[in-house]
Design a protein around this ligand. Sequence first.
Ligand SMILES: [Ca+2]
Length: 400
Amino acid sequence: MSLQVALLLLLRCLASAWAQYELCKSLVSTDEGSVWEHYACQPKPAAMKDYMRIKVDPPGITCGNPPERFCTLENPYLCSDECDASNPDLAHPPQLMQDRERNGLITYWQTVTWRRHPEPLLANITLSWNKTLELTDDLHITFEYGRPTIMVLDKSMDHGRTWQPYQYYADDCLDNFNMQPKRVRDLSPTNITRVICTEQYSRWVGSKNEKNVKFEVRARFAVFAGARLQQMDNLYTRMESMKGLRDFFTFTNLRLRLLRPALGGTYVQRDNLLKYFYAISNIDVPARCKCNLHASQCLLVDGNLQCQCEHNTTGQDCQRCKKGFKAKSWKAGSFLPTPNGTPNTCAIAGSPSGSIVEDETVSGIRDENPHGRLDHAEPDTQGQRRTPGAPREERTLPMM
Ligand SMILES: [Ca+2]
């Protein structure tokens, strides 16, 4: 095999590992003419920080009203910095956690200092999308001036009505949460969805050395898909068979509960409380819209993310059949069989078999009636049932 061919094969392998389930349908030529084949599909991952709404609690937690001075842990006696909400150059409002920083200028949200010590300095950051999403890579939170020594990441799957802990972070897990410290790499395929407490991101290493706190998604995927995520088929197969695996990565809201700021040492210096506070410059949420494998696009419609549903489904998450297509009860698409999955298309009312095209095309078994797939070729609203000679569906750019 020539090097060129080997390289091409490698590229194709990589491309197929990453570009799976991107297409909801394509026009294929068969003996009976051109027909649409439908597949399980999902939108591409996107930078969801661009779409999140941020709310910080309690009221008055953001610094600068009234203006106040603060010090730093590295140099606690140089307290020349000031936070002033009324001066744009000195203000640190919440939106600076999601802005696009330019020219290397770091912008950040900052809280009041711990001047009320020993009362705990508590701050909640609630991130909402008004849309069900699925994490596709690590969540990153960047702290300026040191990472919290105690923090909890919560998630909600029902738009903030109920919450559950997602991960605990502490410099001492046993002491603060009565949990044994763990790392994601300590987890096995059977307990990968366990909620852990980690000390990895809370210990003092200098505020400039390590600013990131992560919620690891990639390492969890890697347990099934291999270190370089090359066997994504294995992950998708597990998503179908392992109870709770998909839900583990699913959320509508996230919440950071900051419970104790960086101390820069082992104890709190009561004579200089102006050096204790939280400051976050960025929150990265790489995720995709959850569309139940019925859409390859997710767009902002009237300010909300909305799946562009295929397979005769509708709803924000394509969670029900379209009117007139309820002959078969709604079902999410399936990743199986790989590589194209099963679309579980909603069937048109009055369809004799209650099933159409997709079931046969995906499994590779032809309909016994050669015209069967066209018998129910009632055009749906997008006329996507049969368009002989039409070009292969063009994919538009994902939202990014
Ligand atoms: Ca920023």
